[in-house]
Design a protein around this ligand. Structure first.
Ligand SMILES: Nc1ncnc2c1ncn2[C@@H]1O[C@H](COP(=O)(O)OP(=O)(O)OP(=O)(O)O)[C@@H](O)[C@H]1O
Ligand SMILES: [Mg+2]
Length: 509
């Protein structure tokens, strides 16, 4: 036994029907290190973490895992067992119960009891202790659904840590966090490291590896490519290991020639439908040309997603302003009406109204546009299949079959299905809300190419993004939002990260 290592993976292999998710995975994790795990969508990262945390018990995979000097053999109630042994996981998708309090969630299923009843005082006191140990600023009594995504993520971590974890697994913890929240998380990880906790960290935001990890393991197609000290690596080297080839540019050059204005929003003012005293949009002005990509930047909570939902008739109550599409005013009362008018949306939340997880990939892609494929009274199955397949292939969705259920796809591949689905609809205006969140570099490039193709065909594209690099790399013009209003619209030639940030934070206007 080498006590330097808290974890040793030895030839771990995991087969799903038709998919070899992991093939002879071997590497070691040092005690107390922050170990990054990096790889394209479908590389096998989450599957490996699910084996470690007991979602797939001993016997459902081949090979061995040595944990703290002993072979890990998790049985039937293996998730419980793993956490009792000190292996804690924060999953890629949030798993909290929204209607319960922070404390109830942290101790869900193992509430402290006194005789027959739950000892609520102890539950809340213990929760408070855990939260303050790690500098998490959340009230134990707060109901989960009242918290922002960032705080929810903190609660997930508190929950994971409430059982004296030795190893903490974080599977893409920052994909929904704002920059300030990411900063906070990095601080928490440093605190954990100081407490001697080992951390396994997965992310698609490659820069984060360099802020926090000691070593990185790169995976590709279910195999380990390398494990290296972070200081020997760079973003370029990581990308090369991940995709197995050189990638010279992150953003493909388009030959876009923006034409006349097709979509216009003037002086839009909208109220929170549940609280009329709150203006969610307070003076939004912009237009988009045919064949143009307009980027929308802004901090979390600046009103970007609220704008989209309002344009789709799904959220804000419009009290002033006009929405003009191809010269005519439109007033969509629902997403259906907006789509019929010629708007299309790649939504931010893929689980919410993006996908039907228990249907096949093909069905999901064609679902939004059945009328496009329906002949006289019946759906033209062949045409549907062909168009959907073409779309799925162009985004390199990694799956054994396009008949597979969406829930069996890796997180990033699910997002590609959402995008495929909406790209098929031939819209006048395509709105994309954070389209590449959780997507690996190779597939991002494919999505950018698709955006260029669509714009060259004359589609006006509005792209909301939290990644400034992406906004600067792909847009013709950039609208910056701040507190529900458009703080400025910049041609990309005049834009820079600093200029965008100063508009977004309200420092300049
Ligand atoms: N329950 C399942 N049934 C069938 N196939 C699965 C299942 N879970 C995962 N897979 C497949 O195993 C492979 C690895 O998936 P995994 O979720 O581990 O990828 P990942 O590296 O976490 O990707 P991402 O970055 O997109 O989250 C993928 O091809 C995926 O489709
Ligand atoms: Mg994953």
């Amino acid at each position: 036994m080498d006590s330097n290592f808290i974890l040793e993976f030895k030839d771990v292999t995991k087969q799903f029907p038709g998919v070899l998710a992991l093939k002879d995975v071997s590497f070691e994790v040092r005690r107390g290190e922050i170990h990054g795990i990096c790889g394209e969508n479908g590389a096998g990262k989450s599957t490996l973490m699910k084996i470690l945390s007991g979602v797939y018990p001993h016997g459902t995979y081949e090979g061995k895992i040595i944990f703290d000097g002993e072979e890990l053999k998790l049985g039937e109630s293996s998730i419980r067992e793993a956490s009792e042994k000190g292996i804690a996981i924060v999953y890629q998708e949030l798993t909290l119960v929204p209607t319960m309090s922070v404390g109830e969630n942290v101790f869900l299923g193992r509430e402290p009891v006194e005789g027959q009843t739950i000892n609520w005082n102890k539950l809340y006191a213990d929760t408070k202790q855990i939260l303050s140990n790690y500098g998490l600023n959340v009230s134990p009594q707060e109901i989960i659904k009242n918290l922002g995504v960032g705080k929810m993520q903190m609660v997930e971590i508190a929950k994971a840590l409430s059982e004296d974890a030795k190893v903490l697994i974080l599977d893409e913890p920052t994909s929904a966090l704002s920059e300030a929240e990411v900063e906070k998380l990095m601080d928490i990880l440093k605190t954990l490291k100081a407490h001697g906790i080992t951390c396994l960290y997965i992310t698609h935001k490659l820069e984060e590896f360099f802020r926090i990890t000691d070593r990185i393991t790169v995976m590709r197609d279910g195999k380990v490519v390398v494990t290296e000290p972070t200081e020997n690596l760079s973003v370029e080297k990581l990308v090369r290991h991940m995709v197995g080839r050189e990638m010279k540019e992150r953003f493909p050059k388009g030959k876009r020639k923006p034409g006349e204005v097709v979509f216009e929003v003037n002086d839009l003012l909208a109220l929170d439908p549940n609280d009329a005293s709150h203006k969610v949009l307070n003076g939004v002005n912009f237009n988009v040309r045919r064949g143009e990509i307009l980027g929308i930047a802004g901090l979390m909570g600046s009103g970007r997603t609220e704008l989209v939902m309002t344009l789709f008739g799904e959220y804000g109550k419009i009290v002033n302003g006009k929405i003009m599409l191809e010269g005519k005013e439109i007033k969509p009362q629902s997403a259906r009406e907006a789509i019929d008018a010629g708007l299309s949306l790649v939504p931010e939340d893929r689980k919410g109204f993006g996908l039907v997880l228990i249907q096949s990939i093909l069905k999901n892609i064609s679902l939004a546009h059945l009328n496009q494929f329906s002949g006289f009274l019946r759906i033209d199955a062949d045409a549907e299949l062909k168009a959907s397949l073409k779309q799925a292939k162009s985004l390199t969705i990694k799956t054994s079959s396009f008949e597979a259920l969406v829930e069996t796809l890796s997180g990033g591949n699910q997002q590609k299905v959402v995008i495929s689905k909406w790209l098929l609809s031939n819209p006048v205006v395509l709105i994309m809300d954070d389209p590449t969140r959780g997507i690996d570099v190779g597939a991002k490039y494919e999505i950018y190419k698709l955006m260029n193709d669509l714009a060259e065909k004359g589609v006006a594209i509005i792209m909301i993004s939290s990644e400034l690099q992406e906004v600067l790399g792909m847009s013709d013009r950039i609208m910056v939002m701040c507190r529900g209003r458009s703080a400025g619209v910049l041609p990309v030639q005049e834009a820079s990260e600093e200029r965008i940030m100063s508009l977004a934070t309200g420092i300049s206007s």
